[in-house]
Design a protein around this ligand. Structure first.
Ligand SMILES: [Zn+2]
Ligand SMILES: [Zn+2]
Length: 255
């Protein structure tokens, strides 16, 4: 009974049906499919979710990598998509100062704009942040709406986690939680309140150990959940119940 609250399903091509079947077989009850710029791709993800509402919901957003390429038409399309019934969150949006694929000023502007859209449409925000915790928290403190949001693929430390928790954010843990060098991430996962924890795959990236380096898929969220249960010293069933209830609360998912 698990929810993968962040997966990119557009890269599986003809294998997608098998990937979805394996997710169901692994006990997943829901998968949140991330719809990303270019907007045609985001639209395709929203359509995919619409065809299988029993398992899928979608988001729509402009990743910080792509911030500099988004046009006014794209923002208009983003608003139209996010206003629809199949989009549960705006994003992923945020700041990525590791790759810096868009100028930082543009990243900040596009992040703020999407948070304002989330606030206007009463949707939570799906937030991506890398090497930008202080600025991400500062912008969130100014722009985050009443529906809050999720720090997806949390890869920082307990200090950063506390800042996001103080803003009411949920923290979503990915396969990174299983990586050898991820002690600070594990410390945050151990110390954060249970009712703020989510699990995700960020498929097809970041497959958990022992699958690291292979293509990831939603079924493998079970590996991350098992590691999180171990860290929290909780029975797996209890951890699954908690993260699933949290994902439903954070993203207002059905069920
Ligand atoms: Zn991301
Ligand atoms: Zn992602």
């Amino acid at each position: 009974m698990l929810i993968d609250c962040h997966a990119h399903l557009d890269d599986y091509g003809a294998e997608l049906d098998e990937v979805i079947a394996r997710a169901r077989a692994a006990g997943l009850v829901h998968v949140v499919a991330i719809g990303q710029w270019p907007m045609a791709k985001a639209r395709a993800t929203v359509d995919l979710a619409r065809r299988d509402r029993s398992l899928l919901s979608a988001t729509a957003g402009i990743h910080p990598h792509d911030a500099a390429q988004a046009t006014e038409d794209d923002f208009a399309e983003l608003e139209r998509l996010c206003a629809g019934p199949d989009v549960v969150a705006v994003g992923e949006c945020g700041l990525d100062f590791h790759y810096d694929r868009s100028p930082r000023d543009v990243q900040r502007k596009v992040f703020r704009r999407q948070l304002q859209l989330a606030k206007k449409l009463r949707r939570p925000a799906m937030v991506h942040t890398r090497e930008a915790d202080l600025e991400t928290a500062a912008i969130l403190s100014e722009e985050l709406g009443p529906d809050g949001g999720v720090i997806h693929c949390f890869t920082s430390d307990w200090t950063a986690a506390q800042r996001y928790l103080a803003l009411g954010m949920f923290l979503s843990f990915s396969g990174v939680l299983t990586f050898k060098n991820a002690d600070p991430v594990r410390e945050a996962a151990e110390k954060a309140p249970l009712d703020r924890l989510l699990v995700e795959t960020d498929s097809p990236f970041l497959a958990p150990v022992p699958h690291r380096g292979k293509r990831n898929e939603p079924a493998l969220v079970a590996v991350t959940a098992a590691r999180l249960a171990e860290l929290r010293k909780l029975p797996l069933a209890e951890l699954e119940r908690a993260t699933t209830a949290n994902a439903r609360a954070a993203l207002r998912l059905p069920g």
